[in-house]
Design a protein around this ligand. Structure first.
Ligand code: HEM
Length: 183
């Protein structure tokens, strides 16, 4: 399945990168070009999520799961692939449900932040995949200087995990309360 995975990953990477460029353009411009580009953002994000999910599923079939699970590099690739996919799906839902409102006030900076984060995650995902396929790059050196050695298992300490889970629950409750108050 390796050739299929390598062929498929080009689609989400290209679509998400284009979407990120549209987000940057729209964040800083209300002009005609930026508005026109924004009109294709939802379809770009939708097809990015669709092809990303496909690439993810085929990625799981490249090696037997026991093999991937016993390599720190493959585990890190799997983890980062999951994060990238989750972030870009989130952005698609936010833009689709939020409509033009996502470019008002503070929202546009949140969109920019999510877009930049998504690009960072997909870059590291691709870099780790490159190692697995025998195509190393210098990106891992940048990550190493930031304090993460990609050849060792990435882990979060328990208190960070607990903070993440509590924050997610609080945000979901706030979202639902806000939606109820508006309707
Ligand atoms: C959004 C999801 C994913 C993206 C964007 C992605 C991206 C990539 C990239 C860019 C490569 C390197 C291609 C090359 O340099 O020729 C790669 C290789 C690889 N990926 Fe992924 N990947 C994803 C999900 C996964 C998952 C879930 C797994 C499961 C463990 C996986 C396993 C692999 C393996 C084993 C290789 C090496 C293939 C080979 O030997 O040619 N990938 N991936």
């Amino acid at each position: 399945m390796a050739p299929y995975h390598v062929m498929l990953v080009h689609f989400p990477i290209a679509l998400w990168t284009t979407a990120a460029l549209v987000i940057v353009l729209r964040t800083f411009s209300d002009g005609t070009l930026a508005r026109a580009a924004d009109r294709v953002l939802t379809p770009l994000l939708f097809f990015g999520a669709l092809t990303g999910a496909l690439a993810f599923a085929v990625g799981l079939l490249v090696w037997p799961f026991e093999t991937a699970a016993s390599s720190p590099l493959a585990r890190n690739h799997l983890l980062l692939a999951g994060w990238s996919l989750a972030y870009w799906i989130l952005l698609w839902i936010v833009r689709w449900r939020g409509g033009e409102q996502v470019w008002q006030g503070l929202w546009r900076w949140i969109m920019l932040g999510l877009g930049v984060l998504g690009v960072g995650l997909q870059t590291i995902t691709g870099t780790l995949g490159g190692y697995l396929a025998g195509n190393p790059s210098m990106v891992s050196e940048i990550v190493r200087r930031l304090g993460w050695e990609v050849f060792t298992t990435f882990y979060l300490s328990n208190w960070v995990l607990a903070t993440v889970v509590i924050s997610a629950v609080v945000m979901a409750v706030l979202g639902m309360t806000g939606a109820r108050a508006r309707s």
